[in-house]
Design a protein. Structure first.
Length: 246
């Protein structure tokens, strides 16, 4: 058996939040620690907000996450507010200085309706002038071409099991990529298959959605060191501010 709880624990092991190691984590860590109140949308296992508390953040921290197993791990720390739900489910009104969607969670907003509903909810949750920080993979880098069994990896999970993890793209329809992640034993026995769809928005389309929702672009970067978006950028890292209601 490889349960949802096992998957959440393995995620934490494979993706430790470490600003000293990962420039992406350092980017968000700086923003979070400077904000009086933070809403993390798609907070997963809560690692970013856990670290903020450990580093002395004294303000309000809230994480919202639809995956119950991930949220259960997040709730191991009780000095952060944890809410079950999606970005579109957010019902706060002008309560936060900063909203975040890290680890490419923004790409899980696949349909136009989901994007619009989620952006409207984030806009409402922020105070006027509040910032929304997130990243999405730049489609020009075609990251999905590396998601295949040739790039499989092996790891040992927290219980000591050796696992083989591989990805496979199942479909490419316009700007939406659907892929599977297979977790297997070392002998190839399949323990779990997860499927997800991710949307790859180009900068112009992304910025149109943001403008329609009432956001003003403060900055966009092509890397985690705040370099410009260029013809070779792999990321679109966005800082947007809440303007008046559209």
């Amino acid at each position: 058996m490889f349960s949802d709880a096992d998957a959440a624990a393995l995620y934490d092991q494979l993706n430790p939040w470490d600003p000293a190691l990962w420039p992406s984590d350092a980017f968000y860590d700086e923003l979070v620690m400077a904000a009086g109140s933070v809403l993390d949308l798609g907070c997963g296992t809560g690692s970013m907000l856990h670290r903020a508390r450990e580093q002395g953040h004294a303000g309000r921290l809230v994480g919202i996450e639809p995956d119950r197993a991930a949220l259960a791990r997040a709730r191991r720390r009780g000095d952060v507010e944890w809410v079950e739900g999606t970005a579109a489910d957010a019902r706060w009104e002008a309560e936060f200085d900063l909203a975040t969607m890290v680890s490419h969670a923004f790409q899980c907003l696949v349909t136009d309706d989901d994007l619009r509903a989620s952006l409207a909810a984030v806009h409402s949750a922020l105070r006027v002038g509040g910032r929304f920080a997130f990243e999405t993979r730049h489609p020009q880098a075609r990251a999905w071409e590396q998601w295949n069994p040739a790039h499989a990896s092996e790891t040992t999970d927290p219980t000591g099991r050796v696992l083989r993890i591989q990805h496979q793209v199942e479909s490419v329809v316009d700007d939406v990529i659907t892929l599977s992640e297979t977790t297997a034993g070392p002998d190839g026995t399949v323990l779990r298959v997860d499927r997800s769809s991710l949307r790859f928005l180009d900068p112009a389309t992304l910025n149109t959605f943001l403008a329609e929702a009432g956001f003003e672009i403060e900055a966009q970067y092509g890397d985690w060191l705040r370099g410009p978006v260029t013809g070779s950028s792999r990321e679109i890292v966005t800082l947007a501010r809440r303007g008046p209601r559209p």
